[in-house]
Design a protein around this ligand. Structure first.
Ligand code: NAD
Length: 464
């Protein structure tokens, strides 16, 4: 798609207030593909005003009608899925099949789930002599990252719209074209003017202005823990509602009775997918001492299939590439055993990182504690099940994880003891209705399904 040179505010593309632009770079070949305007506090203010003006009308729109508009949005996203996939590939660098299946496919599922939920959700409940009304919170400021550019947008905008909220979106600097395409889709779907607004721009300028804006009622942020803490402090000081989806360092726990080959293969695929840029990726694989070396060699074989430029794309930009390579060097320095990959860039052009596997990783190592956000897997050894649990929980994060056991019962018993928000049991399948979000420093609040919808509602109780 061709980039717009304005902001989408009040149902139309308006000129940006300033002259600055952001270059959009294709990470696979380092070429500038387009430019988008860098929004200012003035643009943010105009967008918030438009969202505020549209709020009473949208909040009063019957849920069935809101549902119909969200269903229309889902249909536009489905109809334009090839263009979405190509746009994501161009600005994120993900291989086209992944863009088609995941980056373009999942948002259609999620938008569809909210079209259904808006129509079926009970926005009123009886509690003794009270009637509790579940009302929209108001104007939402949504700030999203680049790793799943469209999914992160839809996971905020669809439930907000279902709840009756209006939205101003500030997408990531690296992936604004997908966000512009989404804005086009909201227009095509017939959303009333001002219900959805887009301001592209730099995080510390447009993002901060949005988080600080006094007429924003709820800030929903997905991104790094460092920025999340800052936004949390701002929102707290202003007594705004807040949702934070932050980082992760999830464990893939392979219990002694589990199918080792399956658990290792699925685990490697999970980490390498999207070049490791998945906040919920199971970047720490935990294996018992007896089967440890077998797991290491299975992982080395599995990772060889991830050829840079073919099955695995680049990381998003030069800074991320340097950051991930720095972590690989740190792993070697701290004494981890390099089994595959390494810090050298595998290709001359593009921000590629070699798919990397470390063995003999111990829990206190930097690569076992910090989020790398690249195609790097650490394999840790545990002595017994209690030791595995201690290692799994030994991080400031708690976003996701996986457990493989001899049967589901054994795996569930372990999962109950994990300090984390989502656990896949014996290779469980993705469920767009399951609440997604973090324990500990992985965040506040939940996205997806009815739990995600309730984030955008506030209660009013009437007593009779
Ligand atoms: P980031 O925190 O740098 O940026 C995220 C968004 O915040 C971007 O839109 C950015 O422009 C904006 N931003 C930056 N500084 C800001 C400020 N001071 N005020 C307001 N907005 C600001 O993160 P990133 O590099 O885009 O994404 C990578 C990180 O995001 C990883 O740590 C990853 O784990 C996390 N992440 C978490 C989830 C989740 O659901 N938990 C999902 C995806 C990514």
């Amino acid at each position: 798609m061709k980039a717009h040179d304005g902001m989408y505010i009040g149902g139309e593309w308006r000129p940006a207030s300033g002259q600055d632009t952001i270059a959009v770079v294709n990470p696979a070949d380092e070429q500038v593909i387009d430019h988008v305007p860098a929004g200012t506090a003035e643009d943010v203010d105009a967008a918030v005003r438009a969202a505020r003006a549209a709020f009473p009308g949208w909040a009063a729109t019957p849920p069935a009608e809101r549902a119909a508009r969200i269903a229309a949005l889902r249909d536009v996203l489905a109809a334009r899925k090839d263009e979405i996939a190509e746009t994501v590939t161009a600005e994120l660098g993900s291989p086209l099949p992944l863009s088609q299946m995941v980056h373009a496919g999942v948002p259609v599922l999620v938008a569809g789930s909210y079209a259904e939920l808006a129509a079926s959700y009970s926005f009123e409940e009886k509690l003794g002599n009270s009637t509790v009304l579940l009302e929209p919170v108001g104007v939402v400021g949504a700030i999203t990252p680049w790793n799943y550019p469209l999914h992160q947008i839809v996971a905020k905008v669809a439930p907000a719209l279902a709840a009756g909220c209006t939205v101003v979106l500030k997408p990531a600097e690296d992936t604004p074209l997908t966000a512009q395409l989404f804005a086009e889709a909201t227009q095509e779907a017939g959303l009333p003017a001002g219900v959805f607004n887009l301001v592209t721009g730099i995080g510390t300028v447009a993002g901060q202005a949005l988080a600080e804006h006094e007429d924003v009622d709820l800030v929903s942020f997905t991104g790094s823990t460092a920025v999340g803490k800052q936004i949390g402090a701002t929102a707290g000081a202003a007594v705004k509602r807040l949702a934070l989806e932050l980082g992760g360092k999830s464990a893939n726990v392979i219990l002694p009775g589990a199918d080792l080959a399956k658990a290792v293969n699925v685990g490697v695929a999970n980490v390498m997918s999207n070049s490791g840029q998945t906040c919920s990726a199971w970047t720490r694989m935990l294996v018992d001492a007896e089967r440890y070396e077998e797991a290491v060699s299975l992982a080395a074989t599995a990772v060889a299939k991830y050829v840079p430029g073919e099955r695995v794309g680049p990381v998003v930009n030069a800074k991320q590439q340097a950051r991930v390579r720095g972590y690989i060097e740190k792993g070697i320095e701290e004494g981890a055993r390099l089994v595959a990959g390494g810090p050298e860039a595998p290709k001359d052009q593009g921000y590629y990182v070699s798919p990397t596997v470390f063995a003999d990783v111990t829990p206190e190592m930097t690569i076992a504690q910090e989020e790398i956000f690249g195609p790097v897997l650490s394999i840790l050894r545990y002595e017994d099940v209690d030791d595995a649990l201690r290692i799994a929980n030994d991080t400031v994060y708690g976003l996701a994880g996986a457990v493989w056991g001899a049967d589901d019962e054994e795996a569930v018993a372990f999962a109950r003891r994990m300090d984390t928000g989502q656990v896949d049991i014996n290779g469980g399948r993705f469920n767009p209705l399951a609440p997604f979000g973090g324990y500990k420093q992985s965040g506040v609040g939940r996205e997806l399904g009815p739990h995600g919808l309730s984030e955008y509602l506030q209660t009013k109780s009437l007593q009779f």
